[in-house]
Design a protein around this ligand. Structure first.
Ligand SMILES: Cc1cc2nc3c(=O)[nH]c(=O)nc-3n(C[C@H](O)[C@H](O)[C@H](O)COP(=O)(O)OP(=O)(O)OC[C@H]3O[C@@H](n4cnc5c(N)ncnc54)[C@H](O)[C@@H]3O)c2cc1C
Length: 320
């Protein structure tokens, strides 16, 4: 069976393999037999091999060196390009994080290949699905040059275990001077909250301008916590100072695709939709029955969020 390389994305806070990697391993199986590639400082792969094997990695290529870790993405792209030339894989699948997309672009140039970013599905013939123009168009594309490289949008695929050997193979790392031009000076790991990471969460509860104040966002957080969800915000809520920008969902914020997205006091502007409309189920809570979010929602509650949200939170907590 053809080999498909999957770049493993690891939790910078030491929490093991990120869910996006398990999704990429699952999606890669449509194209062949996945092998995971772990890139990082010495010791990076220890502790993640078993998880990669559990989700289908027949081989785990381990490329560990201080140089891979000490510079920005150029060394990682170089090592991956070396692996592509040695192994001639059928494809490369990379999680669609900002770093993943940059590595994919550099890898495409180095290997003379085409690449498709932010794909939501990969078919067995290599056809990828992408959502374009703020969600107005669904595009199906194939790479026709070189080794197809895909970056997979988070939460597009449900990770499914498929135990494989996970045979570890170390990769000799030799980084060129050209790839050592931007050194990492400091890494700051964001403070971990008890809530799931926004782009990885299977439930997201977002608040908009209708929430009306930073203090009132506590009712959004209350509903999120009752559901084990991440909290998101519209740009209007962020611009009004209700919630930090790192939680913004939309065209100029994060793209989420959870199983359940609850939009509270959000009108449903096209730029907000761009970041959440591929959610599997959308619930809208809004006092305006004409709000455009209801056109998109699977379930809608017309009412004042200050009444509806605490009542819903209470009911959910009572059923636990
Ligand atoms: C280039 C560009 C990029 C953008 N990027 C983004 C982006 O990434 N993300 C994003 O979100 N927006 C983005 N925007 C902004 C976008 O156009 C909208 O302005 C924004 O999404 C509106 O946010 P909102 O729905 O919270 O606010 P509003 O449009 O003001 O809607 C508030 C809603 O709350 C409801 N409401 C009010 N009070 C209550 C209550 N008590 N109970 C229930 N409902 C209530 C109202 O009926 C209304 O529907 C962008 C705009 C531009 C031009």
């Amino acid at each position: 069976m053809a080999e498909v390389l999957v770049l493993a994305e690891l939790d910078p806070a030491g929490g093991g393999v990120r869910k996006t990697t398990l999704e990429a391993l699952t999606a890669a199986r449509a194209l062949g037999e996945p092998s995971a590639v772990v890139l990082g400082a010495p010791g990076t792969a220890s502790g993640v091999r078993d998880q990669l094997a559990e989700y289908g990695a027949a081989t785990v290529y381990v490329a560990e060196s201080e140089d891979v870790d000490a510079y920005l993405v150029a060394p990682k792209a170089e090592v991956l390009a070396q692996l592509v030339s040695e192994k001639s894989p059928a494809a490369v699948v990379i999680p669609s994080s900002p770093e993943g997309k940059e590595i994919a672009a550099r890898l495409a140039i180095k290997t003379g290949s085409g690449f498709l970013t932010d794909v939501t599905e990969i078919a067995s013939d290599g056809t990828a699905t992408q959502v374009a123009f703020a969600g107005a168009t669904i595009v199906h594309s194939q790479v026709t040059v070189g080794t197809p490289i895909y970056t997979l949008r988070g939460n597009s695929v449900t990770p499914e275990p498929a135990p494989a050997a996970g045979t570890e193979q170390s990769v000799a790392v030799s980084i060129s001077d050209a790839a050592k031009q931007v050194r990492v000076v400091e890494r700051v790991v964001e403070q971990k909250s008890n809530r799931p990471e926004l782009t990885e969460a299977s439930i997201v509860v977002s608040g908009g301008r209708g929430v009306a104040s930073a203090e009132n966002f506590s009712i959004i957080e209350g509903l999120a916590d009752s559901l084990g969800a991440a909290v998101g915000a519209s740009r209007a809520a962020v611009d009004s100072g209700f919630y930090p920008h790192s939680f913004q969902v939309g065209q100029t914020g994060k793209t989420v695709s959870p199983n359940l997205y609850v939009a509270v006091g959000i009108s449903g502007a096209i730029q907000h939709r761009a970041g959440m409309q591929t959610s599997k189920t959308i619930v809208a809570i809004n006092k305006d029955p004409e709000a455009p979010i209801f056109e998109l929602a699977d379930f809608g509650v017309i009412g004042d969020l200050n009444t509806v949200v605490p009542a819903a939170t209470e009911q959910i907590n009572a059923r636990k």
